[in-house]
Design a protein around this ligand. Sequence first.
Ligand SMILES: O=C1C[C@@](O)(C(=O)O)C[C@@H](O)[C@@H]1O
Length: 251
Amino acid sequence: MVTELFKDKKAPYICTPLVGKSREALIHELEMILPKKPDIIEWRADFYEEIADTHSVLLTAKAIAEVTELPFLFTIRSEKEGGERIPLTEKGVVDLLCEICRNSDVDLIDFEVSNEPEYIQTLRKVATENGKKLILSYHNFEYTPHHTEIMKRLIMAEVYGADFAKAAVMPKNKEDVLRLLALTKEMDDRMQIPIITMSMGSLGALSRVNGWMYGSVMTFGVGGQSSAPGQIPIEKLKQLIDLSQETLVDW
Ligand SMILES: O=C1C[C@@](O)(C(=O)O)C[C@@H](O)[C@@H]1O
């Protein structure tokens, strides 16, 4: 399933966020980023100034899909998990995500696993009916919770039928980063779906480079502007990953 979306590319897939506020800014950002060769584009639509105008959002999604055939991830990150403040209720977000599933060329959508179970079930159904993949995610911009807490979120994502389970947490020290990596390996061994994990901030940047060694299939790199602390520019991220994959053959 992962390879079907990413053709025969090897994990980790480098995802780069688009955070422009307008259609023009987003297209400009995208054109600047494409030569850097990311594997997937994430539109962080919570930055979009016309987020409350469904027609405008659909037109912009169309404009993005016309510029690139790369896998296209659509995310409205909730404010409570580190996103921008937007004039939509949780129900409004779900309605918009349903519209995106039905009427756009987006390939994947992201929704927080802490949202209402009923909304998650709706999105799972609508995404499936329209051939879209669902990422169920968990973010903690304050600290790295106890591993049982992070595991619980990843398992919940799988139970809800996600195609990918994702967790992004903030470390306070190096031990937190190492804990996240060990947990990634453990969960990758236990779970049936691919997982995506990252430790944020400057300390956590290590996990963006070597998370793949522990089973994380995606890493977020900066193309234009970062969407979370600790993201590394795509070019450097690619070099570091390529070099380690070439040399550390048993990982
Ligand atoms: O969830 C994630 C991961 C992320 O928070 C990061 O830490 O790279 C960046 C977000 O844009 C994305 O939606």
